[in-house]
Design a protein. Structure first.
Length: 161
């Protein structure tokens, strides 16, 4: 019985493929190719003709990206690029915590101890261990000192507003 069903499905699939090929929709520039433009349009743009206007979707994506960047930094104080690249995705731009725990308000000594424990494996967290694996003790101390300064930076930012 299984062989009969498989045989019927195989015939249906091959018949569908033959039908689509005979109509030329995808293969010969039929209806499916109309949205792609013509070969002449492609060559004109490659030859240095006037660049095509951005469509509404591209403009909208650029505006959305700009808004996200502004929103992510509006209440944030200045942090190092290293912190942004390694820590901010989980702990937030200003240490308030998103996926990871809140860091702001902890002392640099406490942060340093925790970083050492994560790196050594005494505290179990695969993501943290992977991020810290290639860092030296001086790097860990730098991160701890920066994070320890967050409360003062936040206070300074409030006073400047």
């Amino acid at each position: 019985m299984k062989n009969v069903i498989v045989g019927i499905l195989t015939v249906v699939i091959f018949a569908s493929m033959a039908y689509v090929a005979s109509k030329g929709r995808a293969y010969h520039g039929g209806e499916a190719a109309k949205g792609l433009g013509t070969f002449q349009d492609t060559q004109a743009s490659a030859a240095g003709a006037a660049p095509a206007q951005k469509d509404d979707r591209e403009i909208e994506q650029e505006e959305l990206k700009s808004l996200k960047e502004k929103a992510g930094n509006i209440n944030a104080f200045k942090v190092s690029d290293e912190y942004k690249s390694k820590c901010a995705s989980c702990h937030g731009v200003n240490g308030e915590g998103t996926v990871g725990p809140k860091l702001i308000g902890q002392t640099s000594e406490k942060i340093y101890e925790m970083l050492i424990e994560f790196k050594s494996g005494r505290k179990e967290n695969t993501v943290m261990k992977g991020l810290l694996l290639g860092l030296s003790e001086e790097d860990l101390k730098m991160f701890a000192d920066e994070i320890g300064e967050f409360p003062a930076r936040a206070e300074a930012m409030k006073n400047n507003q």
